[in-house]
Write a protein of this length. Structure first.
Length: 360
């Protein structure tokens, strides 16, 4: 019995209508941000606790020295009187109805309560800065960080692929401050900020958003928004702003790979196609998939490295290179294997792909 053909799934296919729809979206106030070590609510809670501890110290000291206090109203000092006196003393109000009369009480107010008063004032001043002036300060600080960005890596889209890419970059030793994540979803960016990376909230298909991320100064751009039509439009935007940028893009549908290439993508990764090819390769041996995973992840025993031929290596055979095993040679637009005659002698400007031991 013949099986009817499966309908073509065009959910990821790029169409002019979808490109036009994505282009019509206006970026909503894109912003550059790098998270601090503590969140605002945690900072506020710590400051409130510090104020309570300081007031508690003053209250305890006044209660122990209550016999050195005099109430000019009724002559008796109760616990409420001590609370009242502590608060008006710390806040420098001082109505004069309750006053210290003993030397111990006066010295306590001089050498303990006065520093407490200063610290409480500084804490309230700091809180006012955090919640009233901090926004302007953070904007200035982010602008300063952004101006210093150069040679950084931009990740457009912080879904599953983007999250894995950032994690792998950090595992490979990239400074979190040299990574910028661009995404429209604020909740996803909060997760990225916990890793110490910079973020830009906005639509990466728009020039303004990518300009805030300084795409023109980036060393590489990773595009993984989760949709092929969005990915192609992001690549087009990046290529317009940064003609020489290295762009790696994740494409789900095979038929869209050519469109991504025409849009200007340097590297195209199809997770579905690659996974299928790797599964098929497993039929040739059960260790192939394990070795490939070892090559492409940081946690393996070996890793792939691409580099230019050094001056000392020019004229030598790739088989004579020490420190790693050369697998492939790139010479201009040529892709050469070690078995090719042209690969017998290395030339200046050649790029090598080699397997090297992973750092321990």
């Amino acid at each position: 019995m013949a099986v009817p053909p499966k309908p073509h799934d065009d959910r990821h296919a790029v169409t002019p209508g979808r490109l036009a729809a994505r282009a019509a979206i206006v970026a909503a106030r894109p912003r550059f941000f790098r998270a601090g070590r503590l969140g605002p609510f945690v900072t506020l809670a710590i400051r409130a606790a510090a104020v309570l501890v300081l007031i508690g110290i003053a209250l305890g000291g006044h209660w122990l020295e209550r016999d050195g206090l005099r109430d000019n109203t009724d002559g008796a000092i109760s616990f409420l009187d001590v609370v009242y006196f502590t608060v008006i003393t710390v806040t420098t109000v001082g109505y004069g109805d309750i006053v210290p009369v003993s030397d111990a009480a006066r010295m306590f107010d001089t050498f303990v309560v006065t520093p407490i008063r200063i610290f409480v004032f500084l804490i309230f001043l700091g809180s006012a800065y955090s919640f009233m002036l901090r926004q302007g300060w953070e904007r200035w600080r982010m602008d300063l960080i952004r101006r210093e960005l150069t040679g950084h890596v931009i990740v457009c889209g912080y879904g599953k692929s983007g999250t894995a890419a950032v994690a792998e970059l950090l595992e490979r030793g990239h400074d979190p401050r040299s990574i910028v994540v661009v995404d429209e979803r604020g909740e996803r960016l909060r997760l990225a900020e916990e890793l110490g990376v910079a973020t830009v909230e906005g639509d990466a298909t728009h020039n303004r958003v990518l300009s805030i991320a300084k795409v023109e100064a980036a060393s590489q751009v990773i595009v993984s928004p989760g949709r092929d039509d969005t990915a192609v439009l992001i690549v087009l935007t990046i290529r317009r702003l940064a003609p020489h940028a290295v762009i790696a893009v994740a494409i789900a549908a095979i038929e869209n790979e050519l469109l991504a290439r025409d849009a200007g993508a340097t590297i195209i990764v199809n997770p579905v196609s690659f996974g299928g090819q790797l599964l098929a390769q497993c039929t040739a041996g059960r260790h192939i998939a394990d070795y490939v995973a070892d090559l492409v992840t940081r946690g393996g025993r070996v890793e792939l490295r691409e580099r230019l031929v050094t001056a000392a290596e020019v004229g030598r055979s790739p088989r004579e290179i020490e420190g790693g095993q050369v697998l492939r040679l790139y010479r201009g637009d040529q892709v050469l294997g070690l078995w090719d005659a042209a690969a017998g002698r290395l030339e200046a400007g050649d790029s090598l792909i080699e397997v090297v031991p992973a750092p321990t």
